[in-house]
Design a protein around this ligand. Structure first.
Ligand code: SF4
Length: 447
């Protein structure tokens, strides 16, 4: 018997891949009652998956929640839910501010969604579910494969963080580090590859400390986990994100020697080039130890592409501190970086720090940093010209027939022409002819 699902669910996702993953889980948990829609106007339920890492993302989520008031007026039975970091942080305050919201639910509580939606439908009572339980463990999750299969997937291996970097709210809103069991992760990866997925990215707020919360007798390190996933038949490419450099172990560096399917890309967020700023950020590494790890990585994988995150204008950042960041950029010559002006996010500790740098000064520093990174990225990209490299096909351009793109192991995009239809996930060899700032251009060698 086929069940007709006539109710529609719209989910808006802000922020990082952890939120993308939660969105996928929520859609699947509710799929017995709701089909996904991309049209807000036809939705019977809306979930706004919020992010509070920067003020802009938070404002965007609140602005959408505000817009939903008029939809609810037209359709009073509509369920409006808010989740993600802002929901966890604000809890009941969100409902006092916007009384058309029915449910505020923290990321750890999303597994209760079907139950809570049922309850709200029956009682129409507003509900807040933001408790973080010390005994919580991440339930097993096997994604359904019925919605057009992508060739690459993220697999969450842990959530939360114990590090309390002074500018960061993750430990407050996502709780302490919680690792999924190795068996669950391996089972999910096997399930994915058996359905044709070829590239796996292991995901967590600080993957390098995977397993630290597990009992010693059953503990698996991140390097061990990586090895067990890499050996699953069908995993053609393996990536991971994101890492605190302090937890980058020699065993993990060794994986770049031993595992052929581990991609040549490492996103290693440094945040600042100044030891005094790193201390005040509570990052627990120095530039010297960071550079030592960078050197080791380059030694074992000479073609590795390094990318990073940079915060410019952290409270108290002097000209010398900023210059140290510029010197670091020059030393490592990152292939790319995500750089931002410091943004004060309560209850992070740095909100109490005296901030003496003007916004103008911060903007100027960011512009200087980004301009130099741009030059280096271009120079780095030019190094690929003339090489023949393996790409994994991503898909055809929406705008031009016969124009395709793929990614090399370092995560760079390569655009190329092919008259024949190609399947995303296929591996092909491409000769790199040209480099632009955002991508490379190549010619198929064996197409
Ligand atoms: S390690 Fe990352 S997630 Fe954890 S507190 Fe620091 S910046 Fe936030």
């Amino acid at each position: 018997m086929t069940v007709t699902i006539d109710k529609k669910l719209f989910i808006a996702t802000f922020g990082c891949q952890m939120n993308d993953r939660d969105t996928e889980i929520m859609a699947q948990l509710l799929s017995r009652s709701y089909a996904r829609t991309l049209e807000l106007a036809e939705a019977d339920a809306v979930i706004v998956n919020t992010c509070s890492i920067r003020a802009k993302a938070e404002q965007k989520a609140f602005s959408l929640l505000g817009v939903l008031r008029k939809y609810k007026k037209k359709k009073p039975e509509m369920i409006i839910a808010a989740t993600g970091c802002v929901a966890q942080q604000d809890g009941r305050k969100m409902i006092s501010r916007m009384n058309h919201i029915d449910l505020v639910i923290g990321p750890q509580n999303i597994y209760q969604l079907p139950l809570l939606f049922d309850k709200i439908r029956k009682t129409r009572k507003t509900t807040v579910a933001t408790d973080i339980s010390p005994s919580f463990s991440i339930p097993p999750f096997l994604p359904t494969m019925d919605c057009g299969l992508p060739h690459k997937r993220f697999v969450t291996i842990m959530q939360g963080c114990n590090n309390f970097c002074t500018y960061c709210i993750v430990p407050y809103v996502r709780g302490r580090e919680l690792s999924r069991s190795q068996e669950d992760i391996v089972a999910e990866v096997r399930h994915l590859v058996s359905h044709g997925v070829k590239e796996i990215t292991l995901l967590g707020q600080n993957v390098n400390s995977y397993g630290n919360d597990q009992e010693e007798s059953q503990r698996t390190s991140f390097a061990e986990l990586l090895c067990s996933v890499a050996e699953i038949r069908g995993v053609e490419r393996l990536r991971f994100t994101t890492s605190n450099p302090k937890d980058l172990s020699d065993d993990l560096i060794r994986c770049f020697v031993d595992l052929d399917n581990l991609c040549s890309h490492f996103h290693l967020p440094v945040q600042s080039g100044s030891n005094s700023i790193l201390r005040r950020m509570n990052r627990k590494y120095t530039i010297e130890t960071y550079l030592d790890k960078v050197e080791k990585l380059k030694e074992v994988r000479p073609d590795i592409a390094l990318t990073t995150d940079i915060i410019v204008g952290f409270p108290g950042e002097t000209d010398e501190d900023f210059q140290a960041t510029m010197d670091l950029l020059e030393k490592v010559r990152y292939h790319g970086s995500f750089s931002f002006i410091y943004s004060s996010r309560p209850p992070a500790k740095s909100c109490e720090f005296e901030d003496t740098i003007s916004q103008e000064e911060k903007k100027e520093r960011l512009a200087i940093y980004q301009a130099h990174q741009k030059e280096i990225t271009m120079e780095r990209n030019l190094e690929y010209v003339g090489q023949t490299m393996e790409i994994m096909v991503e898909g055809e351009s929406r705008n031009a027939e016969g124009q395709w793109s793929g990614r090399i192991s370092t995560h760079h995009i390569v655009n190329f022409t092919c008259a024949k239809p190609l399947v995303p996930g296929r591996m092909l060899m491409v000769h790199i002819d040209e480099a632009c700032y955002n991508s490379l251009r190549g010619t198929l060698v064996d197409g």
